[in-house]
Design a protein around this ligand. Structure first.
Ligand SMILES: CC(C)(COP(=O)(O)OP(=O)(O)OC[C@H]1O[C@@H](n2cnc3c(N)ncnc32)[C@H](O)[C@@H]1OP(=O)(O)O)[C@@H](O)C(=O)NCCC(=O)NCCS
Length: 317
């Protein structure tokens, strides 16, 4: 029998526990070569407005595993989970998953989806043992560039300028939700989600470019710079979000925006650039391949069916 104790916290984590989670995630990233928790769950660790539950796994009072579940949707509960490399194969992952299933299934017929970053063999075997097939794949694409400007021209009548904080949020959110209407996370970026990103250290309006025609926003490219150590020894640029309003698609704006984002990053000395896109998004992948990106790694989402959680998961709140 597993000696793992599970605690579920539904408000924000206190500072010490959040630090323990970050350290644990850091140890796993070191061991696995890929970060187990993505940006949004890390931003939500201490966010009192986030509609998430934190699941903590302890052995003899030490934090050995963590899962976070986004419970804001009624159809799907989305989670990420990680076990300390020194405590794997002792049932901690299973205990976290059982608790996550109980939380997900508190709403009838809600399914649980769990992301595995880097498509690691242990996660594949773990998901397989738990009866959770792969349901979605996200690609990381990568490009090495020099500083030759691409200067892709904009269609006639279209102009480009940088994002103005405090002024452009609502227009950007409108176009973003139209461009990503099909997308489970990107399409529902709230005012608070946008504000949280604007107050991050990496946020730089000069790397957030908007295209307009007659004062009407048509699309944008948002870039990000990862500090040395996050994705390798040198800083790495990211084409963070490219979105074009459905009414303005097919004009070459996606290509022009991607090129403008790359030019901005090149001018800041960023040689390596990454981006993330759904493996099924053929149009985006074609655009990025033409810009010189190639597939680098995959994140896989595993999905449960609607089976009830196993009896006996220990819960506290
Ligand atoms: C995947 C992960 C959460 C598993 O945690 P864990 O505490 O080791 O999992 P458990 O001990 O509960 O393992 C349950 C079963 O999963 C399977 N499994 C887990 N790791 C495995 C591995 N490395 N190789 C083969 N099977 C494995 C086994 O069937 C195992 O049962 P067993 O030990 O009785 O054979 C952990 O490796 C991890 O944190 N990886 C990095 C983050 C990640 O990939 N998260 C996404 C998970 S979908």
């Amino acid at each position: 029998m597993s000696d793992v104790q599970i605690e579920v916290v539904s408000g924000p984590l206190d500072g010490a526990t959040a630090d323990d989670v970050r350290l644990l995630a850091g140890r796993a990233a070191q061991e696995d070569g890929t970060a187990p928790l993505s940006e949004q769950p890390l931003l939500w660790l201490q966010d009192d407005e986030a509609r998430v539950s934190h699941v903590l796994a302890r052995r003899e009072d030490a934090l050995v595993g963590y899962a976070q579940l986004d419970l804001s949707l009624t159809a799907t509960a989305r989670g990420e989970l990680v076990v300390d490399p020194a405590h794997r194969r002792h049932g901690a992952g299973t205990a976290l998953l059982d608790a996550a299933r109980s939380l997900a299934h508190a709403v009838p017929d809600r399914v649980l989806h769990v992301w595995s970053h880097g498509d690691l063999p242990a996660a594949r075997a773990f998901a397989d043992a738990a009866g959770m097939p792969a349901v979605r794949e996200l690609w990381q694409m990568r490009l090495e560039q020099d500083d030759t400007p691409r200067d892709v021209p904009l269609p006639a009548g279209v102009t480009m300028r940088t994002f103005v904080p405090g002024q452009d949020e609502e227009a950007w959110r409108r176009v973003n939700s139209r461009a990503f209407a099909y997308h489970p996370e990107q399409g529902r970026m709230t005012k608070a989600d946008l504000r949280a990103r604007e107050s991050e250290d990496w946020f730089d309006p000069d790397g957030f470019l908007l295209v307009e025609r007659d004062g009407q926003l048509l699309g944008s490219v948002w870039t990000k710079v990862h500090a040395a150590g996050e994705h390798g020894p040198a800083p790495v640029g990211e084409i963070y979000v490219v979105g074009v309003d459905p009414d303005a698609q097919g004009l070459g704006l996606g290509r022009a925006l991607t090129a403008a984002g790359l030019d901005h990053l090149a001018a800041r000395g960023l040689r390596t650039v990454i981006l993330y896109t759904g493996a099924e998004n053929e149009v985006a992948i074609r655009t990025y391949r033409r810009a010189g990106f190639a597939h680098a790694s995959s994140d896989v989402m595993f999905g449960s069916d609607t089976r009830r959680s196993p009896i006996g998961a220990t819960m506290a709140s």
